[in-house]
Design a protein around this ligand. Structure first.
Ligand SMILES: [Zn+2]
Length: 207
């Protein structure tokens, strides 16, 4: 008799647990889709990233990765050291890809830079600290002419892969954030030096 009670109890408990789990599913909020925002809609949505598909396209080099010609996910590799930014990959995208200002600020550099091709340096002040954002591998001719820009504003399009525009790198955006001064180094040789940069993926300062 006792066994039957136990089986009955387990059955009821099982059904209850089943319904509780399903209820949670129903209540789950839809995931935030803003990450994939088209740059055409900038200024309207809350989260402005430097480029469409920002988070999910960081597939090769993250912030702080130690890169060497031997271990690099990019072959052949000509760089070595700790990566000071993130690389967002667009080798699969044919058309124009815009990069966007993630803060109100001032363009302090717009020119061709060895290792980057077309590059922008954007200075933004947040909580009295100056941040210098580097956007690398851009089409130099597409960089906007003005100096003061606002968050969400289009700045330039990515350079064509393996051309002078990217300094012969693949089609991607190198995005780095340094503090207190503009530093164009994409790699540094020790972890101490890396302390000048912040991880663009995890920072909550801009988006
Ligand atoms: Zn990079």
């Amino acid at each position: 008799m006792k066994k039957k009670w136990l089986i009955g109890f387990l059955l009821i408990a099982g059904v209850l647990v089943y319904f509780l789990i399903n209820k949670e599913d129903i209540n789950k909020k839809p995931e935030n889709k803003n990450e994939n925002v088209s740059v055409e809609t900038t200024g309207i949505l809350e989260n402005i990233y430097p480029i469409a598909g920002f988070k999910e396209r960081i597939t090769k080099k993250s912030f702080g990765d130690f890169i060497s010609p031997k271990n690099s996910p990019v072959q052949p590799e000509r760089f070595a050291g700790f990566h000071t930014g993130v690389d967002i990959e667009y080798g699969d995208v044919e058309g124009d890809v815009w990069v966007v200002a993630v803060c109100d600020g001032e363009i302090v550099l717009r020119r061709w830079v060895s290792g980057y091709g077309g590059a922008i340096g954007l200075k933004c002040q947040i909580n009295n600290i100056d941040y210098y954002l580097v956007y690398g591998h851009l089409s130099t001719n597409s960089i906007i002419e003005k100096t003061k820009v606002t968050k969400g504003e289009k700045l330039a399009i990515l350079g064509k892969g393996f051309s002078q525009e990217t300094d012969y790198e693949r089609k991607h955006l190198h995005f780095g954030i340094s503090q207190n001064s503009l530093d164009l180094r994409g790699y540094v040789q020790n972890k101490n030096e890396l302390g000048k940069w912040i991880d663009p993926l995890t920072t909550e300062l801009f988006y």
